[in-house]
Design a binder for this molecule. Structure first.
Ligand SMILES: [Zn+2]
Length: 180
C-alpha cells in the first residue's frame, strides 16, 4: 500500500494512523515524517510536539541519524516550541557535532559508503557550525548557511549607520540652535 499523499498534507490524526501502520505503507519515509513537522501548516505547535514524541517511540534511532543527514532539521525538530538563548543554541550544536563524530566513527567500520561529508569551515571565528560535518550539497556548505544571517547583519549595519547619521544631524541642529 502507499500513502499517496505528502506528510505535509496530513492532519494530526492521520499522522498517528500512519505511524501506527507504517509497516504496511511502502512509501512511508521516517525522515520525511520528521521533516514535515516543521513544514506542515495543518498542525498546531502542541500537535507537532505530540507527533514528534509519538514518532520517537518508534523511530528514535533514525531520528538520531538525522544529526548527520540533516542537522538543521534535527535541531529544529528537537527544539520545537523552545525559546533558545545564544548559549543554548551553542550547546545544542556542540552536542550535534559530538554525536556526528560518533555516528561517522561507527558507520565507517560497518560500511564505508555512508556518504561524503566534510567539515563546515567558514571564515567566521565564532560560528556555531564550526566543526559540523556537512554534506557538500547541503544547506550547511557555508556559502548558503551564512547567506541569510549575513544579509541581516548587513541590514543591521545599514540601520545603525543610518541611526548614527540621524544622531549627527540632530546634534548639528542642536549646536546650531545653541550658537545662533
Ligand atoms: Zn560558519
Amino acid at each position: 500500500m502507499t500513502i499517496g499523499k505528502k506528510f505535509n498534507e496530513l492532519n494530526a490524526k492521520e499522522y498517528i494512523f500512519y505511524i501506527n501502520n507504517h509497516k504496511k505503507y511502502k512509501d512511508f519515509n521516517t525522515l520525511g515524517l520528521y521533516r514535515s513537522l516543521t513544514e506542515n501548516d495543518n498542525l498546531s505547535l502542541g500537535e507537532r510536539i505530540t507527533i514528534r514524541e509519538y514518532a520517537h517511540s518508534f523511530f528514535k534511532k533514525s531520528f538520531y541519524f538525522l544529526q548527520l543527514k540533516d542537522p538543521h532539521i534535527f535541531v529544529k525538530i528537537s527544539t520545537l516550541g523552545m525559546e533558545l538563548t545564544k548559549a543554548d543554541e551553542r550547546r545544542i550544536w556542540d552536542d550535534v557535532i559530538k554525536n556526528q563524530q560518533i555516528i561517522l566513527k561507527d558507520k565507517r567500520i560497518k560500511h564505508r559508503n555512508f556518504g561524503t561529508y566534510s567539515k563546515h569551515s567558514c571564515p567566521y571565528e565564532n560560528c556555531i557550525y564550526r566543526g559540523l560535518m556537512v554534506n557538500p550539497n547541503s544547506h550547511f556548505a557555508w556559502g548558503s548557511v551564512h547567506f541569510d544571517s549575513d544579509k541581516s547583519k548587513f541590514s543591521q549595519k545599514i540601520k545603525s549607520e543610518r541611526r548614527r547619521s540621524e544622531r549627527k544631524q540632530e546634534q548639528l541642529i542642536i549646536n546650531k540652535l545653541i550658537n545662533d
